[in-house]
Ligand binder design. Structure first.
Ligand code: BDR
Ligand code: CA
Length: 314
């Protein structure tokens, strides 16, 4: 096997973020170095606590820290409609083991990347991009040092929080614009176009229950809640499990198909704040800045997630 990919996961757990943590913990192709968190699905304090609790049940012993409490310009908007008051509603919240790392997530992220060789560490971002935007302003060498950013956010076809905008981008569009325009070695955008295909279907749910572990029961109950909240507020029969697609794509790039494009983030539109304007055809005359996910191998994606859960000790 090739060397495991060193990864920092910047997230806002969040049901699907929790599954991203479990996949990163359960697959040997990922060497998770740190979990940083950002206000998004719930407040910064709640999502940091959730990340610590999930890392505990995943058997991880990596630093977990709290990050930006609010976006660059706007007030924080959270998503209790989808993730509940705790950010991880459904099964009883596991008690976090250990303590949060005392560093702010922006500093933990920078220090972790810079402690490695250039090109060694990838960043997976599955929440609003506030931490990553501040980090790249504080330490501009991150764009050379980070091998790849894979982020869940945006879409070229539709929104989910407004008609035009996806939640993670809409929460902090100014940060998203800073991240998309930063000039990374590689930036992969995994948007709703593909994550809306990452559905936890009854067959998938059956396979998760079939693992028969304490952890699989916890995941099953998380997905019960996520199914109902996505049905009530987003009109889905089966919920789209967005965030682990980014981790799966790092483990096995064939999980997604991509096309190169320039992606601009709308920060001024009257109806379109947070829209990711995606120029596949070079009409805007801008250099491409992203590999945009355009297809998903649903079977391979869920195989990885299910194998990851099954590989974890609990
Ligand atoms: C994104 O928004 C959050 O609610 C999810 O965790 C995911 O990262 C989907 O729009
Ligand atoms: Ca998320």
């Amino acid at each position: 096997m090739t060397h495991a990919r060193k990864v920092i996961l910047d997230c806002d757990p969040g049901h699907d973020d929790a599954l991203a943590i479990l996949l990163a913990a359960g697959n040997p192709a990922i060497d998770l170095l740190a979990i940083t968190t950002v206000g998004g699905n719930q407040t910064a304090a709640k999502v940091a606590r959730n990340a610590l609790a999930v890392s505990g049940i995943a058997g991880l012993s990596v630093p977990v820290s709290a990050g930006c409490q609010r976006p660059m310009i706007r007030e924080l908007s959270v998503a209790p409609e989808i993730h509940g008051d705790t950010g991880l509603d459904g099964p009883p919240l596991p008690e976090p083991r250990g303590e949060l790392d005392p560093r702010h997530s922006v500093d933990l992220l920078i220090e972790t990347v810079m402690a490695h060789e250039p090109g060694e560490v990838a960043i997976v971002a599955t929440g609003p991009l506030s931490n990553l935007a501040l980090a790249v302003r504080k330490e501009p060498r991150l764009t050379e040092w980070v091998s790849e950013v894979v982020l869940m956010g945006g879409s070229y076809s539709r929104g989910n929080w407004t008609p035009a905008a996806e939640f993670n981008i809409w929460v902090d569009a100014e940060a998203a614009e800073m991240v998309f325009s930063a000039g990374w070695q590689k930036l992969t955008e995994v948007g709703l176009d593909v994550t809306h295909q990452a559905l936890a279907t009854p067959e998938v749910r059956e396979r998760i229950r079939g693992i028969g572990s304490e952890l699989s029961r916890y995941v099953d109950e998380l997905l019960d809640y996520f199914t109902l909240s996505n049905a009530d507020h987003q009109g889905f029969e089966f919920p789209p499990v967005h965030d682990p697609v980014c981790v799966a794509a790092l483990i096995d790039p064939s999980v997604i198909g991509t096309r190169e494009a320039f992606v601009g983030v709308e920060t001024r539109g009257r109806w379109t704040y947070g829209m990711t304007v995606t120029d596949f055809d070079g009409q805007l005359g801008e250099a491409p800045n992203a590999q945009v996910a355009v297809s998903l191998d649903h079977g391979r994606f869920w195989d990885l997630v299910i194998e990851g859960i099954a590989a974890l000790p609990r």
